[in-house]
Design a binder for this molecule. Structure first.
Ligand code: F6R
Length: 240
């Protein structure tokens, strides 16, 4: 894994945006795998700035998001569809019809997982997957446990993730208890992966991820299998 240590959140965001911009420039109709959460917010802001400066054209870009709470409606301001519109899609010339987020209103979670995998395949796979990392080492909502799942699936959130994500909700009780998430295979099939981490709270997860030992108890350790992964983190995440 290639590691880029930045001095702070702003530098991490700018570096990650540079990589996304390079991908869009090299392949204007690329498929971007996108993440939500606090970590990539600054990166999306940098991409909007580049677009406004006339440096980027998203008109042919396709996107697939990693995950979505379940159940949730797209107009709920905590949904990941809402997040993506708010932070990126509403501010650039991407065609929203080409943007995809798992359907938090799907009746059948398993069928939605199968539909999402077929969709990714029909787009020709993911060119660049952006990831954040949970304090517990999750990627997407592939949570630590005895088992990991290869493809998009409905999953229970762990108490630690519910607690970490409660900062966005009125109370911990309001956090959905399930999510639809790409699986480990959906992620590892991406041609290139960038994983971002900011802040000392992510230090332990980063240390485990870089240890070279793979365990389902720290899903991010499976990124060691992939030939083209770059960790972009700040000093606080790297040094603790
Ligand atoms: C979000 C996602 C999650 C987050 C992770 C870190 O789409 O898949 O795995 O990347 O929970 O979240 P933040 O960035 O809020 O610390």
């Amino acid at each position: 894994m290639k590691v880029i240590v930045c001095k702070d959140y702003a530098e991490m965001s700018a570096k990650a945006a540079d990589i996304v911009a390079a991908q869009v420039t090299l392949k204007p109709n690329c498929v971007l795998g996108l993440a939500t959460g606090s970590t990539p917010e600054g990166m999306y802001a940098c991409l909007v700035k580049k677009y406004e400066a006339g440096e980027l054209d998203f008109s042919a870009v396709r996107s697939v998001n990693l995950d979505e709470y379940y159940p949730i409606t797209p107009d709920n301001d905590q949904s990941y569809r809402y997040f993506m519109n708010y932070h990126l899609f509403d501010h650039v010339n991407i065609d929203k019809a080409n943007t995809n987020v798992p359907d938090g209103q799907a009746k059948d979670g398993a069928a939605e997982g199968a539909r999402y995998e077929a969709l990714i395949a029909s787009l020709g796979g993911i060119d660049l997957q952006i990831l954040g990392i949970g304090q517990n080492g999750h990627i997407g909502f592939n949570e630590p446990g005895e088992k990991l799942y290869p493809y998009t699936h409905l999953t229970d959130l762990t108490p630690s993730t519910i607690k970490a994500n409660s900062r966005f909700f009125a109370s911990e009780d309001d956090v959905p208890k399930q999510a639809l998430s790409m699986g480990m295979g959906s992620i590892l099939n991406a041609r290139k992966i960038v994983i971002m981490a900011s802040g000392a709270a992510k230090h332990d997860a980063i240390v485990k991820m870089l240890s070279g030992v793979m365990t389902t108890q720290t899903p991010a350790t499976f990124l060691a299998c992939h030939a083209d992964v770059t960790l972009i983190c700040d000093e606080a995440a790297y040094n603790g």
